[in-house]
Design a protein around this ligand. Sequence first.
Ligand SMILES: [Zn+2]
Length: 307
Amino acid sequence: MSAAPDRTGRFAPSPTGTLHLGNLRTALLAWLYARAQGAAFRLRVEDLDAGRVRPGLEAAQLADLAAIGVDWDGPVVRQSERLERYGDALGVLDADGALYPCWCTRAEIREAASAPHGDLPEGHYPGTCRRLTAAQRAERERSGRPPALRVDAGAARIAFTDRLRGPRSGVVDDFVVRRNDGAHAYNLAVVVDDGAQGVGEVVRGEDLLDSTPRQLWLGGRLGLPAASYAHVPLVLGGDGARLAKRHGAVTLADRIELGETPAAVRGRLAASVGLAAPGEQPSPAQLVERFDPARFEPGPSGPLPGV
Ligand SMILES: [Zn+2]
């Protein structure tokens, strides 16, 4: 008999803005998937984009999560403290012959990516710098312009089954793992961290569905076990666009100012995905009790009723 899969979950906010109700609902669902399966839940702060991180936001985000009943196990992990691990992972890929330098400018990539390239979806990097001759490469090295690092993914097709979205597959392009300013790319950090934090089930917004084949491919090249995925619907504004400040009272603080309690906000989030009756205020423990990962059907992305 094989052991039950580890369903350790996580939420990974970026401290670049206040969490809105859509972020909080995704966090609540990720937490419910983990807790309803008796699994651990991790918190990771994705603060690699130093130019956009704002002081004080991390503390506010953690406080908002705690206020709606999301708790986590172990210390909060910060990506800015893990640069050495990302460098190690690049070393593994490099030793494996899976990296190459790319000197392309944004404009060059846009131009090249607009032409069709076999299986690759439009907009994907077509591998220009993978095919440079030795002379072309030497010329670019002499330019002094620092290169980004890309993986050589060989247009691999990766298939997976999303809990909520069913069977999916996608072609992996030669995506960037280190930018030309030296910063580690999102896809690299996420994969390394999910591996290090033992995350077995990734629950996140469906806007990240298309990055899953890249991350599965990368995890495989780094020898990490493949996580399973559940991409949950997004909360939209009344105009159908992704929820944002301009849509009104969209943060926990905004709702509290309107006289709602955190428990009422939790109830509102739960009701919007069929886990509570309108106006009901179930406790976190009650939600865990009634959440069935195998049967949960949150419906499509859409506005939050009453917001
Ligand atoms: Zn290039």
